[in-house]
Design a protein around this ligand. Structure first.
Ligand SMILES: [Zn+2]
Length: 198
């Protein structure tokens, strides 16, 4: 029977995405064995994340400053906004270094099954950004899942009467594909070949 502390740590780690109870126990064992060497460093990094990271009020990115480094970068094209489901998608696209515009993170996707409604996502703030003017193109970069595409069409509908071009990533994207898992070449290709939403 493991101690209460170890049980608590295992339970906390098992809640992380991609880690089940089994992987969590392996991680705990690894940490326990290296509690003198690796653990202090991990604690420092975690504390830095807790103390310094904030959400950008403009785009929803997570950074050490608000507005984030992307929104504050004057070399970025403010007239293009790439809309993504999650921060991880923004990071994936930005790693590919092909998009020179700005981003907007929705914080999820519409889902009847999970009860996610338009008002649960950052759609209102996206519409407000477009209404403010100066935006020429909205690139909808939802995942190639049914819910992702439903979300893309919903947003396109809401923007129907706005003077803005709406495009979406080319679907050389694998069906069911999540942006975060694509290699940078595939992502870059999907972005380059983006087309009007039909
Ligand atoms: Zn931002």
């Amino acid at each position: 029977m493991a101690s209460q502390e170890i049980e608590a740590l295992s339970a906390a780690l098992a809640r992380l995405p991609g880690l089940g109870p089994r992987s969590a126990r392996r991680a705990v064992l690894w940490l326990v064995k290296r509690r003198e060497s690796a653990l202090p460093q991990l604690l420092d990094v975690l504390a830095a994340v807790r103390d310094t990271l904030v959400e950008c009020d403009t785009c929803g990115n997570v950074d050490t400053k608000n507005p984030c480094g992307i929104c504050a970068d004057s070399r970025r094209d403010q007239s293009q906004i790439c809309v993504v489901e999650d921060v991880s998608d923004l990071w994936a696209l930005d790693r590919a270094k092909l998009f020179t515009g700005c981003y907007h993170v929705l914080g999820g996707r519409l889902s009847a099954l999970e009860g996610v409604r338009p008002e649960d996502l950052a759609i209102g703030s996206l519409l407000a950004r477009v209404e403010q003017g100066g935006v020429d193109e909205i690139v909808l970069a939802m995942n190639a899942t049914l819910e992702g595409q439903t979300t893309a069409h919903y947003i396109a509908e809401r923007m129907e009467n706005m003077p803005v071009r709406i495009t979406q990533l080319a679907h050389g994207l694998p069906v069911g594909g999540e942006l975060d898992y694509l290699d940078e070449g595939t992502l870059a290709q999907a972005l380059r070949a983006r087309r009007p939403l039909g």
